[in-house]
Ligand binder design. Structure first.
Ligand code: XMP
Length: 178
């Protein structure tokens, strides 16, 4: 049984299932953006770095890849409702087709705010893709255009998701047991 800081982890999504689903998502995105002349993938640090790395290799289109690092004010397992830009984009997205990628959509507060922040930069298209979706937890109205897996309301680690900075390098997704 895997553990982080004395808490047991139980496997929720296996590596093989992740690989298969990421491939499907990549192909779907490739088709939808096949008419794009200027495609930019924007990943949210730190959680989306693993998903972005796998996803972009399943999208056979010329793509710029950039990362935006935002942090929510406050600490703990839940987003506090207001974000701070830690690192802005290096890429100018004006007039470009952008896919915003995050690890998990929970209350929706982070993606809602980041979406609005990117929209001001005038991309010609802005779509969103999340690896995981905790649909039942939404506090603001926000749905992603592409979703890897719907997950229950339990704290998750692995495949980029962390618990106190640990667990990001796990190949599967695990629930942290209470
Ligand atoms: P909101 O609530 O703004 O949250 O949609 C999105 C951000 O909250 C973090 N988050 C999690 N991180 N396991 C994690 O490691 C989880 O189960 C979890 N739920 C939310 C995450 O940073 C995400 O980008």
């Amino acid at each position: 049984m895997r553990e982080i800081r004395g808490k047991s982890l139980s496997l929720l999504i296996k590596e093989d299932d992740i690989r298969r689903r990421v491939r499907e998502l990549g192909k779907e995105i490739e088709e939808d953006f096949s008419d794009s002349e200027d495609f930019v993938v924007v990943g949210l640090l730190k959680g989306a770095f693993v998903f972005v790395a796998d996803l972009v290799r399943e999208i056979d289109l010329p793509a710029r890849i950039d990362f935006l690092w935002v942090s929510s004010y406050g600490q703990g397992m839940e987003s506090s409702g207001s974000i701070r830009i830690v690192k802005d984009l290096d890429t100018d997205i004006e007039g470009r087709d952008v896919l915003l990628v995050d690890d998990i959509l929970d209350t929706g507060i982070t993606l809602r705010e980041v979406y609005d922040f990117l929209k001001i930069k005038n991309p010609s298209r802005l779509k969103t893709c999340v690896f995981l979706d905790k649909k039942g937890r939404r506090k603001v109205e926000f749905e992603a255009d592409y979703v890897g897996f719907e997950v229950p309301n339990v704290f998750l680690v692995g495949y980029g998701l962390d618990w106190g900075e640990l667990g990001r390098n796990l190949k599967g997704v695990y629930a942290v047991e209470d």
